[in-house]
Design a protein around this ligand. Structure first.
Ligand SMILES: O=c1ccn([C@@H]2O[C@H](COP(=O)(O)O)[C@@H](O)[C@H]2O)c(=O)[nH]1
Length: 274
């Protein structure tokens, strides 16, 4: 089953647009696990088990594992998700981008070592830095387009002189992902929930690709505006919340609290669908 097939099936099965982000930070763990980087897998697996019927995807952010030398726990977690939530696709948030030969290795890391269904990429180095990921049939690749951080505008909001219509850089990325770069329909785009007007613009330029939309929850993006701007019946949106779910409670009830917050966010997203 391809990433896209899996995404469409889970959207129906779980009735959800919510991506549960896994950003494990041991200093924020509840007392029994607090500060213990060897408990990253345990913490994340509890969140996964508590939300597997509520999520359209899981998105582990690789930096939170690598910073603690916990790549082995990320492998374990990916295996856990495949075994216990096989219907929920996994998006490895790695934001890779490098020359082709190195990109081949990064693609193997994401899809073979970790077994992710999709990965996030920076398109800054051009098509030859993206193409090695597209050789992995059925896997997804989300290109950073208009990111959720204020500094995203520094480059993504620059106009490209000499290109017809002088589009903003993020608009050009959207057109490339909808058109010439999307060789086998594997590409998607990352657009921040903090910029709903830009989500709408990206959706106009890229009407059929999946959008990964981080920024609701801790970053304050508006769930209703996000869904209204990005949702189309035939083009998936995947709206991510990480810290607001993972750290909904600082106590031993963190998994139950994560579930409650995931239900609240899922329902807000569902209610906003036209
Ligand atoms: O534009 C982007 C791209 C990726 N992210 C990632 O999403 C989560 C957001 O976490 P929250 O706790 O929900 O704010 C995090 O892993 C980022 O690396 C993003 O925020 N914006």
């Amino acid at each position: 089953m391809t990433f896209l097939d899996k995404l469409r099936a889970v959207e129906r099965q779980n009735g959800s647009l919510l991506c549960v982000g896994l950003d494990p930070e041991p200093t924020k763990f509840p007392a029994l696990l607090k500060g213990d980087a060897s408990k990253i897998y345990d913490f994340c697996a509890r969140i996964v088990d508590a939300t597997a019927d509520l999520a359209i995807a899981f998105k582990p952010q690789i930096a939170y594992f690598a910073a603690h030398r916990a790549e082995d726990q990320l492998e374990q977690l990916m295996e856990h998700m495949r075994r216990n939530a096989p219907h929920v696709p996994t998006i490895l948030d790695a934001k890779r981008g490098d020359i082709g030969s190195t990109a081949e290795q990064y693609a193997r890391e994401a899809f073979e070592r970790y077994g992710a269904d999709a990965v996030t990429l920076s398109p800054f180095m051009g098509f030859d830095s993206v193409e090695p990921y597209l050789r992995h049939q059925g896997k997804g690749a989300f290109l950073l387009c208009r990111t959720s951080n204020p500094g995203g505008a520094d480059l993504q909001g620059q106009r490209l002189a000499g290109i017809e219509g002088e589009p903003f850089l993020y608009e050009h990325v959207a057109k490339l992902a909808q058109g010439p770069w999307n060789l086998n329909g594997q590409l998607g785009l990352v657009v921040g929930a903090t910029y709903p007007a830009e989500i709408e613009r990206v959706r106009t330029l890229a009407p059929t690709v999946p959008l990964l939309i981080p920024g609701v929850g801790a970053q304050g993006g508006d769930a209703v505006a996000t869904v209204r701007a990005g949702w189309r019946p035939d083009a998936p949106i995947i709206v991510n919340s990480s810290r607001a779910i993972c750290y909904a409670s600082a106590g031993e009830d963190f998994a139950e609290a994560a579930r409650r917050e995931a239900i609240r966010t899922r329902d807000a997203l569902q209610a906003a669908r036209p």
